[in-house]
Design a protein around this ligand. Structure first.
Ligand code: ZN
Length: 280
């Protein structure tokens, strides 16, 4: 049976710079253009961070609002997912964009190490971000950097902190966090199915050269895939990625190889339980 694959493009992130790859979109105009190219290539979710005028990460809701408006104008139906990740701000500033009511926001539910620091997600902040998302009708994507984060999502669902069945993303290959380990990946899938039902949608992201590895594991195993320059700026050791769209195209090619249709935005919204946009 056909199982369409949702492709998420993480266009910018908090870390990559033009020095790493000149194609990393930094300004809002560049981000909208890059998202549009990725959308044309087959991406139906855009995961976005914003930067300030110096290119530094920020959680400024006004910038998120401009980005969301541009994406909605140029990419009809695309699912907008804004980051509440900890590199872009501190404390409740991380959730200042939730009242903009994007389709989704990322939600980290526990702490772990990052390459050079601790990624802090204290329980009271996690609870507050989840409550804001519930209040504003924003679907969370649970960022699972560790097995315990998947079980935490189940606990939050049981307590009514997450409105619908959680959509979990496994993040693998962050230095000092969970490596891209195939046995763990399989156990993650086993765990989300055990906790949330055999048919629950799930996805995964791999960092750096792990991106294409995780893309293939996801497509082959029936999950959904994340790509984009937030996680990886290269096609391979020798070549920089020319665009986010080129990274999306690699996932489209994998879908062809594994005979999975690429989900269009209507299908992606149905799979994730998201309403159609007002204009549709
Ligand atoms: Zn992110």
């Amino acid at each position: 049976m056909a199982n369409p694959c949702i492709i998420c493009v993480a266009i910018t992130g908090s870390l990559p710079t033009k020095d790493n790859n000149p194609a990393v979109p930094i300004s809002i105009a560049e981000q909208v253009e890059s998202t549009h190219q990725a959308y044309e290539a087959g991406a139906t979710i855009v995961h976005a961070h914003v930067r300030d005028d110096q290119g530094r990460p920020t959680s400024d809701p006004e910038r998120f609002a401009r980005l969301m408006e541009g994406v909605r104008r140029h990419c009809p139906g695309m699912i907008v997912q804004l980051s509440t990740g900890g590199r872009s701000g501190a404390g409740q500033a991380r959730g200042g964009m939730i009242p903009l009511r994007p389709d989704m926001c990322s939600l980290s539910v526990g702490s772990n190490n990052f390459p050079t620091r601790v990624y802090e997600n204290p329980p009271d902040l996690v609870d507050w971000l989840a409550a804001e998302m519930r209040t504003h009708g924003v679907k969370p994507e649970i960022e699972a950097f560790d097995l315990s984060h998947i079980l935490k999502a189940r606990e939050m669902w049981d307590r009514g902190q997450i409105a619908a069945r959680p959509y979990v993303q496994f993040v693998m290959g962050v230095k000092n966090a969970m490596p891209a380990d195939r046995d763990v990946f399989d156990y993650y899938i086993h765990t989300v199915r055990r906790l949330f039902g055999a048919d629950v949608p799930w996805c995964a992201a791999g960092i750096g050269p792990n991106q294409i590895v995780l893309n293939e594991w996801c497509v082959a195993a029936g999950g959904h895939a994340r790509t984009g320059m937030e996680d990886n700026v290269r096609l391979d050791r020798e070549r920089l990625a020319p665009s986010n769209a080129a990274l999306v195209q690699r996932v489209v090619d994998l879908c062809d190889r594994y005979q999975r249709p690429v989900a269009d935005w209507r299908t992606a919204r149905a799979i994730l339980g998201l309403p159609l946009p007002d204009a549709a």
